[in-house]
Design a protein around this ligand. Structure first.
Ligand SMILES: C[S@@+](CC[C@H](N)C(=O)[O-])C[C@H]1O[C@@H](n2cnc3c(N)ncnc32)[C@H](O)[C@@H]1O
Length: 536
């Protein structure tokens, strides 16, 4: 018989939030809430030999439910980044004084900061005192503001090490996280850290930590930290959330996370219904990467090979996102040209072959080909559609319509058509408007398979799609391509998409009001179309 959390007497009522504690009465549940609310999670930590600790649902979790809210335990700049303020993490803006351009700098330690307020902030106080008392001054110069500065690699580990004095409990919980130091220690990055970071902590700041502890902290960051960005994209840093860090990876995750408020509280959201006993998963990679790239990335930055259902399926749930057309069968005139597929997707060295003609290539050739085209994509002029459209056309004999590189080009096009200068929705020709709608449909079909449910990816596509569809309906009606009843049906269809986009995205910072406004505007418009004399 379970016992009451408060009085230890037999209890038959359970907390509905976590289903893990019991109470004998409503009164005792109420009195315990002020402490329990910080521990009331609908999940628990379990362990497996192959994947370490992971989170499992203790009860059924609804789609869209916020599963966890957690404040960062510790945070700091990324290992190498362009100058950012050490306090508010905002990208540093140069200022011009007496013909000299430079950043505002902390008057004690010389690190680029925003101004006096940031310089005096609590987050910077301790590290600044320590650096100044050891006569250390930051040597970053204002030369190339876009250069990633390796000097930033010392700050986040330093802050974590200082926690051992100011908050030993928190320090302990961080040191308890997976580090993979053994796998990282002989890498190029850790050889550099051994010189830079360890020297800085031990010799410059004269702190009493050994090399292993210092590198373990760096390694814990690399394994567990979240890449945090402010909604406007100006602030970027990494932070450790010790509970969320228990979440394992899956290439088709069932959660997504957002950062809320000035303190960047992490909110974890269920993107699909999660049944009691199921693992809660996040993705540590990109949905629009093929299996070869995802598994290589996970192995190099998180030290494991993913063996999830998507990785094990050579077709990646029928999307064929990592595949290319067979070069031997390329001339086939049919709609379904044969594709090259990995003969063993969980083995990155396995050859790729064509089921139709048996032609086979080494996986390294796939890597090289992917890398070369990825480089092309990354260098493209992102302010207009021309280069992305040309890319898709140029490689249409090799890359099929849902190949990952083509999808990345289409994602860029979805954003450009309808949003960029010269390509706003109203400025798009009928042909380009149709192009936008078609691209959105294609991306949505892939998103439904690879990031289903309430993922941000699906929400964003739905929002773009409905806006383009509404305009297309107006234009089609105005030139008598469709009847009024047909137009109303299409608008209702757009409304369904908009409502789903709203459900998915309204939790994102600053999105709720804009989305609700869009729903109001579209419903007013739909109502107005029922008048007899309507002109759309
Ligand atoms: C952020 S931690 C997650 C919690 C971790 N399992 C632990 O015990 O602390 C990331 C590490 O978990 C492990 N991991 C996460 N997802 C995994 C998966 N799908 N398969 C195997 N290991 C995984 C890897 O060791 C990875 O570096």
């Amino acid at each position: 018989m379970p016992v009451c959390e408060v009085c230890q007497q037999p209890a038959n009522q359970t907390c509905g939030g976590c289903k893990s504690v019991f109470y004998c009465s409503k009164n005792h549940q109420k009195s315990a809430w002020k402490d329990h609310k910080f521990k009331c999670h609908p999940f628990e930590v379990q362990y497996s030999k192959t994947a370490g600790r992971y989170l499992v649902a203790r009860r059924d979790i609804k789609q869209g439910e916020i599963i966890l809210r957690e404040k960062p335990c510790v945070s700091g700049p990324r290992t190498a980044c362009t100058p950012h303020c050490l306090s508010c993490n905002k990208k540093s803006e140069p200022i011009k004084k007496d013909d000299v351009t430079d950043y505002y700098r902390c008057t004690s330690c010389n690190w680029p900061m925003c101004g006096k307020k940031c310089e005096m902030s609590n987050v910077h106080k301790e590290e600044c005192k320590l650096m100044s008392s050891n006569n250390y001054k930051c040597t970053i110069t204002y030369k190339n503001p876009e250069k990633a500065e390796a000097a930033y690699c010392v700050i986040a580990p330093l802050r974590t090490l200082l926690l051992s004095l100011s908050n030993p409990e928190q320090f302990k919980s961080i040191m308890n996280l997976e580090s993979h130091l053994k796998e990282r220690i002989n890498t190029q990055l850790y050889r550099v850290l051994k010189t830079n970071l360890v020297t800085f902590i031990v010799q410059v700041l004269k702190l009493p930590f050994d090399e292993e502890t210092i590198l373990k902290v760096a390694s814990i960051y690399d394994t567990n930290s979240f890449d945090v960005r402010s909604p406007d994209g100006l602030c970027r840093f990494r932070a450790i959330y010790t509970t969320a860090a228990m979440m394992n990876h899956n290439c088709t995750p069932n959660t997504r996370h957002i950062f809320l408020g000035d303190d960047y509280t992490l909110a974890l959201i269920a993107t699909v219904p999660i049944a009691k006993g199921e693992m809660l998963t996040a993705t540590y990679t990109q949905a629009l990467w093929g299996t070869l790239d995802r598994r290589k990335h996970l192995n190099s930055v998180k030290c494991f090979y993913c063996n999830c259902e998507r990785c094990a399926d050579a077709t990646e749930f029928g999307t064929y996102i990592g595949s290319i057309y067979c070069s031997i069968c390329a001339e086939t005139k049919t709609e379904d040209k044969p594709m090259m597929l990995s003969t063993d997707p969980l083995n990155e060295t396995a050859p790729w072959s064509c089921a139709a003609c048996g032609h086979s290539i080494e996986s390294r050739q796939m890597f090289w080909g992917n890398n070369a085209l990825k480089q092309d994509l990354s260098k493209m002029n992102k302010s207009g559609p021309e280069e992305f459209e040309k890319f898709i056309k140029t490689y249409s004999n090799t890359l099929h319509q849902t190949n990952h590189l083509v999808l990345q080009a289409k994602l860029a096009l979805m954003q450009i058509y309808g949003n960029y200068e010269g390509y706003t929705l109203a400025e798009l020709s009928d042909e380009l408007l149709k192009r936008k709608v078609d691209i959105c449909h294609e991306l949505l079909e892939v998103a439904d398979k690879l990031e289903p449910g309430w993922s941000k990816f699906r929400g964003t596509i739905l929002l773009e799609l409905q806006a383009a569809m509404v305009l297309q309906t107006k234009r089609d009606f105005d030139c008598d391509k469709i009847t009024k009843a047909g137009a109303q049906d299409q608008l209702m269809e757009s409304m369904i998409l908009l409502q789903e986009a709203t459900n998915i995205l309204k939790v994102e910072p600053h999105m709720k009001e804009t989305l609700e406004q869009k729903v109001r505007e579209l419903s007013l418009f739909i109502n107005s179309t029922s008048c007899d004399d309507v002109k759309f």
